[in-house]
Design a binder for this molecule. Structure first.
Ligand SMILES: Cc1cc2nc3c(=O)[nH]c(=O)nc-3n(C[C@H](O)[C@H](O)[C@H](O)COP(=O)(O)O)c2cc1C
Length: 168
């Protein structure tokens, strides 16, 4: 099964979170995983995204919302066929009350508009609770501190991918 981790990262925090999520996914199954940074538009492999069962999307928080680059991609680029795929979101931010949850909510709304089936693992999976998705908070070390949190999120999304898409 294929999983895309599509993110925007300019200064590296969201990219680092994406690599931790990848590590977590690999503890759940032998997935073919690709990381794609919207900062390098040519790196979006549409064919791979379209073949993916799951697309995980990550954004830095900009002005208490998803970054404009991701919003632009959602608005302008409909070449990826996301309908029916599993979607999950993650974010990074500088401040605890900097709007990371709003960024996640915004990403999830856009996924729903594309017809994706969304998943965060939810607080129902027990501690540590992951409500809308994981957020790395804090200058320089926020993502490192939450390494295990991102890995766990990856593991849970991987398990859900298997539950939904594994052929009987
Ligand atoms: C234009 C801009 C707006 C930002 N707005 C916020 C904000 O509202 N809240 C917050 O906590 N951090 C904000 N930040 C900080 C980024 O979310 C944070 O540094 C993020 O981890 C950067 O991700 P990256 O290293 O993957 O590019 C902003 C950064 C930029 C460049």
């Amino acid at each position: 099964m294929k999983i895309t981790i599509l993110y925007f990262s300019k200064t590296g925090n969201t990219e680092k979170a994406a690599t931790y999520i990848k590590d977590g996914l690999l503890t759940a199954g032998d997935f073919d995983i690709r990381l794609m940074n919207l900062n390098q538009l040519e790196s979006v492999d549409t064919a791979f995204v379209n073949d993916s069962e799951t697309v995980i999307m990550g954004t830095p928080t900009y002005v208490a919302n998803m970054c404009w680059q991701f919003k632009k991609w959602f608005d302008d680029d409909w070449s990826c066929q996301l309908g029916g795929k599993l979607g999950a979101a993650f974010a990074t931010a500088n401040a605890m009350h900097g709007g990371g949850d709003i960024a996640l909510q915004s990403m999830i709304s856009h996924m729903l508009v594309r017809g994706m089936v969304t998943y965060s693992s939810g607080a129902g999976c027990g501690r540590p609770y992951i409500h809308l998705g994981p957020i790395g908070i804090g200058v320089n070390n926020g993502v490192e501190e939450r390494k295990g949190f991102f890995e766990l999120f990856g593991k849970r999304v991987g398990e859900q991918t298997i539950r939904l898409f594994k052929k009987l």
